[in-house]
Design a protein around this ligand. Sequence first.
Ligand code: MSP
Length: 532
Amino acid sequence: MISASKTTEKFALTTPLYYVNDLPHIGSAYTTIAADILARFARLQGKSVMFVTGTDEHGQKIQRTAESKGRSPQAYCNEIAAGFVALWEKLDIQYDSFIRTTSTKHEAIVKEFFQRVWDQGDIYKSRQQGWYCIACEEFKEERELLDGHRCPIHTNKQAEWRDEENYFFRLSRYQSQLEELYQQHPDFIQPESRRNEVLNFVSQGLQDFSISRVNLDWGFPIPVDPKQTIYVWFDALVGYLTALLNPDDEPNLENVLSQWLPINLHLIGKDILRFHAVYWPAMLMSARLPISHKVFGHGFLTKDGQKMGKSLGNTLDPIALVERYGADAVRYYFFKEIEFGKDGDFNETRFINVLNADLANDLGNLLNRTLNMVKKYCNGNVPDCSSDDIPADHPLKAIGLTLGEKVAHNYEALAFNQACDAILSLVRAGNKFIDEQAPWTLYKQGQQQQVEQVLYTVLESIRLAAYLLSPIIPNVSSKIYQQLGFSINFNEKSQIVVTPFNSHAKWGLLSVNEKLGTPKPVFQRLELLQAI
Ligand code: MSP
């Protein structure tokens, strides 16, 4: 039995803390599902997991949005944060910690963190002049802006001119330490294209950045000067630390340090790379805290080939999507169809075709027809056959024997689409094999032993596929497992802890002792309704 002991390998990962100016969009769902898949896979492997997500609730963007709706910022944040929690539940997201940056424990951690950086002499007051994009909550270089001082990311928003006295963080002091970090840990920033982007940015010379704002109430006061508030990004990044506290811990950095640091992985979209790959490690260096191991910047989603945006009126509502098609369908499409580091597209026809082909036909039908044959030809029991007696070059066993290792490698490299392809290749080989072997004919010819072996090898291949796909499609996988006689629900963390990876990720586990369940479709075919 694998249990969480002191020697158990730890895996701490985060999604960005999402702005609560609006309900979650498909981009936030995309990162959060990716993190959930990785967390689930690490749990399958017996690791002790801390999966952090949450909401970024301070700053001008939130304050202005709340004001425009005639709401107090806190009431507005409460409502939207609840919307995130509700969507994560619908999508079967199993986070371990949900951090809201307006929580009082977070205020204590931010204060202590600020003090550490202050004590290093890394904070000073100076004049800040420049163009500020409120939607990005970031100063922009004039040369980055489009005509009319519009932001290149939020093209319908104009950056605002600011000229104020702010507190600055001495980022420039960390230039060489950061360069050393990127050199000594080449996989700190992934994928490679993002790493090059960061190296290029850093090589131009790092500038100190302001970490306070004046004339803004919605934020924590600067401890040494309460007329100023802490810049929302400084506050939010520290949220990753607050999230690591146990619920009953005193909120201090010593407790943060005691268990989960360093964080193994920050999953983010490519637009917030600089904050995570440059500012954040420098802040941690200044505060004398362990640097995270890896930052992975994924691509952007488009819809029907076009950039998604409110101004274009083509946003994709994740709530509508999951309500219409269910969590597994949404989870599968984005990770089977899109290479994680690259941009990818949502198209509803493609969505339906992929799900029907892979989950309803290739996987679901194969299970259903095989179980029905088992009922007819083997009295509904697991076919009487030992995997040891099947030669290693058997077409399904040959794939199955190395699949677990291959797929583990794919998940660890965040190559979700490759994991799906590898698993589906076993399923497709199962379909081909059963058609070629025609157990119905073998049965008529009285070749019972052959029939049992064909059906066993197909069922075992489906089992392995279901297990390895369970981080992506936990509901379909649970149904398959239950029909194969296991009482495992992949949504129950407590059951995962006692399910040894070494035997389940290996071809040949199914045994005659298992009592097969009733064949029922595991994935209903989808129909194209009016496009979302
Ligand atoms: N609050 C900051 C993060 C602070 S982390 C300490 C923030 N929030 S956000 O809500 O605006 O963005 C969250 C994530 O959504 C980002 O990783 C961003 O890349 C991602 N996406 C926004 N639009 C997206 C797509 N169209 N496609 C994929 N992801 C996109 O930034």
